[in-house]
Design a protein around this ligand. Structure first.
Ligand SMILES: Cc1cc2nc3c(=O)[nH]c(=O)nc-3n(C[C@H](O)[C@H](O)[C@H](O)COP(=O)(O)OP(=O)(O)OC[C@H]3O[C@@H](n4cnc5c(N)ncnc54)[C@H](O)[C@@H]3O)c2cc1C
Length: 319
């Protein structure tokens, strides 16, 4: 198996990325090649490439736009779909996106945010955290090529040995911004306290029925001075933002009051709310598992109950 690390020349962190990927790749044994995508045609000195057997420094024509699509495009020139290769990118936001794009183009598997790599008889073993860091899951790719992004530890060790020879390649074509792109802007997320800090939470489950019912649940949450949270299907269907998700693979919450509306109480969800001090569950199915973890269970249509509660409160906020 060939191992190819793909790093894009970027910030001051790039030397650490080079060392860190070399360190992560080392337990796989064998030698690794580094494809180093330079920022621009007239980029200055090259960093230290110790830890790799071979380095290909790719110089763009003009400037390589800071776009994961372009990173994946460039990587695709050097990693072929018929090769037995594991491509490793740094698990930065752009690196992981480029890894997924590269895998899509190669038509192969991709695993993001891998923490450790090692070799086994079955092939390379890629391990990464799962369930909000509560478990470590290990994968062996069924076939190669495969792509992964690997978490970059800060202050990685400087690899031993000599720096390898660097082959420089100049791309003939310039990268252009796509014609459809008129303007790009990064809109920072509003800094909000997470749902884990909230004293009261209303959780919307799939039983609320549709995205159109979410504003009523939000209204109920506000009336109860609570934060709105949601189960995984509600988040995955795009009814609410993913920062709202609770459960074993997202946020584990322990508020004073948790009102669960229309959720079945599946184990992966229950793990996220069962530490609540007082848990109210509303479900129209009396046999729903959620009632097993509830302090108060109400067999009712959750939307009708929300409406009645809001009417009862008449715009008053429960302090
Ligand atoms: C690896 C893995 C990780 C997971 N991690 C999470 C996680 O972190 N968080 C998470 O939430 N899930 C997680 N899940 C998914 C989880 O197993 C369940 O599928 C999910 O929690 C179900 O969401 P739900 O209860 O909203 O929907 P459903 O299971 O569809 O339940 C809907 C409930 O609403 C009730 N209902 C329907 N209509 C009404 C109504 N009008 N009024 C009242 N009740 C009504 C139904 O009786 C039913 O009980 C994970 C699954 C896997 C495999």
């Amino acid at each position: 198996m060939k191992i190819v690390a793909v790093i894009r020349e970027s910030s001051a962190q790039v030397q650490n990325q080079i060392y860190a990927l070399a360190e992560s790749i080392r337990p796989l044994g064998g030698s690794a090649q580094l494809i180093y995508l330079r920022k621009c045609e007239d980029a200055g000195e090259l960093p230290d490439f110790r830890g790799y057997e071979k380095v290909l420094a790719v110089r763009p024509k003009g400037t390589l736009p800071e776009d994961p699509e372009v990173w994946a495009d460039a990587a695709e020139m050097f990693v072929k779909p018929d090769e037995e290769v594991l491509a490793v990118l740094p698990a930065t936001m752009e690196g992981s996106e480029a890894a997924a794009l590269l895998a899509g183009r190669l038509g192969c598997g991709c695993l993001l945010n891998v923490k450790t790599l090692r070799q086994s008889e079955e092939g390379p073993v890629l391990s990464r955290p799962a369930y909000s860091n509560n478990l470590t899951v290990s994968f062996v790719p069924e076939s190669l090529p495969a792509v992964c992004s690997v978490t970059v530890q800060p202050a990685a060790e400087v690899p031993e040995g000599e720096a390898p020879a660097v082959e420089e390649v100049q791309l003939a074509e310039a990268y252009e911004e796509p014609s459809w792109l008129e303007d790009a802007e990064i809109i920072p997320r509003a800094e909000e306290e997470g749902i884990t800090a909230a004293k009261r939470v209303v959780v919307a489950g799939r039983g609320v029925g549709s995205r159109e019912k979410i504003p009523q649940m939000q209204e109920l949450a506000e009336a109860l001075d609570a934060r709105l949270a949601a189960t995984r299907p509600v988040v995955y269907d795009g009814w609410v933002d993913k920062s709202c998700m609770v459960g074993a693979s997202s946020a584990i919450i322990a508020p004073e009051l948790c009102v669960v509306m229309g959720a079945s109480g599946a184990a992966a969800f229950a793990a996220g709310v069962e530490k609540s001090k007082y848990l109210v569950a509303v479900n129209n199915d009396p046999s729903a598992a959620v009632f097993r973890i509830a302090d108060l269970g109400i067999v009712e249509d959750c939307n009708a109950l929300a409406e009645a509660l809001l009417r009862e409160l008449g715009g008053e906020k429960v302090g």
